[in-house]
Design a protein around this ligand. Structure first.
Ligand code: CP
Ligand code: NVA
Length: 302
C-alpha cells in the first residue's frame, strides 16, 4: 500500500471525535460478539516490545488472530533493533512483510520515527509519553458501566505519566471534565495539558481529595513506570498521601467506578479494598483492551 494511504494510531487526537465514536461502537459490537468479520484474513501484525507486557501483548496477539490475522512477537533480544539496527531501517523492512506494526518503546520520538519510515499503519502500544490504546479501553469501560462520559467528572490521582497525558488527549478530543491530582514535579506534559485546557474543563491540583470530589471515575497508575524502577524510593516519598483508598473513594460520586490500567501495586497507589472492592472495574477494563484494539486494527489494517 502506498505510504500516503495508510494511517497510524500514535495518539488519541489522530482520530477525530466522530471516528472515535465509530471506533467505540465497533469495539462494543466486538465485545458483545455481534461482530464476526475477519478483516485481517491473510494479514500479519508485527509487535515490537522494547518493554515488558502482559495485557498489550496478549490482547493484540489474540485480537489479530480473532480477526483472521496473525501476530509476531518481537523483543529486542530477537530482532536486530536490539543490536542497534536503525528504527528507520526496521520500519522499511517490516513494511515489506507485514500489514501493521504495533510498538511499545521508551522515547515517543522513536515511534514517530518508525511511523515516518513505515509504509504500513503503526500503532502505539505505549511510550514514555502516551498510552492511547489503554485510555480508549478505559473509555469503553466508562461507557459500559456509566453509559458514557458526557457530563461526567473523571479524576486522575497520581503520576502525570503516559496514562495521564493520554487522558488529557481524550478530554481534548471528547470534551469531558478531567481533574488531575499530581505531586509537584510530577505534572503531565505541559503542552498536552495546555491543549486540553483550551478545549474543556481540566484542573490540576496537589490535593487528591479535591480531584476525587464528586468524580464518577477514579483512576490511578503505578508511581514508578517502566524504566523508572531506580526512582521507586524517591517516588514513594513524593506520592505519600496519593493512595486511592476507601476514604478517597468516599469523596467520589456514590456510583463512581475505579479504574487502573494494571499492573497494580496494592498498598502503594491503590488499597486492596478499592481495587478488589465493589466499585472496581479493572478486569472489564483489561478485557476491553482486546475489543478496542481489534476495532483499531480493523479500521487501520482491514
Ligand atoms: N496496561 C498495560 O498496558 O499492561 P501491560 O503492560 O501488561 O501490557
Ligand atoms: N505508566 C505505566 C503503565 C503500564 C501499563 C508504565 O509506563 O509503566
Amino acid at each position: 500500500m502506498p505510504a500516503s494511504q495508510h494511517r497510524d494510531f500514535l495518539a488519541i487526537p489522530d482520530f477525530s471525535r466522530d471516528e472515535l465514536l465509530t471506533l467505540f461502537d465497533l469495539a462494543e459490537s466486538m465485545r458483545t460478539g455481534a461482530y464476526t468479520d475477519k478483516p485481517l484474513a491473510g494479514k500479519s501484525l508485527a509487535m515490537i516490545f522494547m518493554k515488558p507486557s502482559t495485557r498489550t501483548r496478549v490482547s493484540f496477539e489474540v485480537g489479530a488472530w480473532q480477526l483472521g490475522g496473525h501476530a509476531l512477537f518481537l523483543s529486542p533480544r530477537d530482532i536486530q533493533l536490539g543490536r542497534g539496527e536503525p528504527i528507520a531501517d526496521t520500519a522499511r523492512v517490516l513494511s515489506r512483510y507485514v500489514d501493521g506494526i504495533m510498538i511499545r518503546t521508551f522515547a515517543h520520538e522513536e515511534i514517530e520515527e518508525l511511523a515516518r519510515h513505515a509504509t504500513v499503519p503503526v500503532i502505539n502500544g505505549l511510550t514514555d509519553l502516551l498510552h492511547p490504546c489503554q485510555i480508549l479501553a478505559d473509555l469503553q469501560t466508562v461507557r459500559q458501566h456509566l453509559g458514557g462520559w458526557e457530563g461526567k467528572k473523571i479524576a486522575w490521582i497520581g503520576d502525570g505519566n503516559n496514562m495521564a497525558n493520554s487522558w488529557l488527549n481524550a478530554a481534548y478530543r471528547l470534551g469531558f471534565e478531567l481533574a488531575i491530582a499530581c505531586p509537584e514535579g510530577y505534572d503531565p506534559d505541559a503542552s498536552i495539558l495546555a491543549r486540553a485546557q483550551s478545549a474543556t474543563k481540566v484542573t490540576l491540583t496537589r490535593e487528591p481529595h479535591e480531584a476525587a470530589e464528586g468524580a464518577h471515575v477514579i483512576n490511578t497508575d503505578v508511581w514508578a513506570s517502566m524504566g523508572q524502577e531506580e526512582e521507586q524510593k524517591i517516588r514513594e516519598k513524593a506520592f505519600a498521601g496519593y493512595t486511592v483508598d476507601g476514604a478517597l473513594m468516599k469523596r467520589a460520586a456514590r456510583d463512581a467506578i475505579f479504574l487502573h490500567c494494571l499492573p497494580a501495586h496494592r498498598g502503594e497507589e491503590v488499597a486492596a479494598e478499592v481495587i478488589d472492592g465493589p466499585q472496581s472495574r479493572v478486569w472489564d477494563e483489561a478485557e476491553n483492551r482486546l475489543h478496542i484494539q481489534k476495532a483499531i486494527m480493523a479500521v487501520l489494517m482491514g
